[in-house]
Design a protein. Sequence first.
Length: 245
Amino acid sequence: MIAIVLAGGYAKRLWPLTLDKPKVLLTVAGKPVIDYVVEKALRVSPPVGKIIVSTNLRFQLQFQEWLENRGYGNVELVPDNSTNEYEKVGAVKALSNIASRISEDFLVLAGDNLFPDELNGLAKFFGEKHSPVVALYRARDLDQARKGATAVLDEDSRILEFTEKPENPKTALVGACVYAFPLRTSMRLREYVELDLPCDEPGRFIEWLHKMEPVYGYMLKDYLWDIGTIESYKETEKYFRQSGE
């Protein structure tokens, strides 16, 4: 299995912190955000064979410097062709481009999603289903759920409804950008991109995919922090500094 970390965004909502620095290289409790994600991927059992970090050209030198200062032997940087917010290809298209060149099942991890749970439970569940699996967490309230992608499950944990940014959420279960995909999903990604559907939010792909084939939800044991705003960044920093995660 290969892990793909999505880290190519420009994080406009975090300006000025991210005007000249990629969001995932901001520090949380003294450590770059992306290190939490990569280290979690490295602890998956069975182990991943390679970790691919999807970046952009604008911050490529900073990512190279970050990687050179780490001891990660199986991490590869793959930039898209964008140099600013207006040229970005979108996370789904970048993921599709990478997935088209691999020949294994793959994990997908947002570079700005932090959570205490390990990925072994999700990997085991994926091994049982061998269908696309989406990690889920429970939003604190429905207002927070409106900002994410909500999921309705059946008794077998199959996703019956998946709605990106719902106006009236039916549930507080929110899909994280933490996925386990069988190799065949690479063809679905290409199909989705060729349909010219929205590529900025990975949840839009899941919203489409669950109507095409079975997709399952896996509950994380704890909360998830999506670092998208100054406020959420401060909240994440506070939690991880206090918890020692």
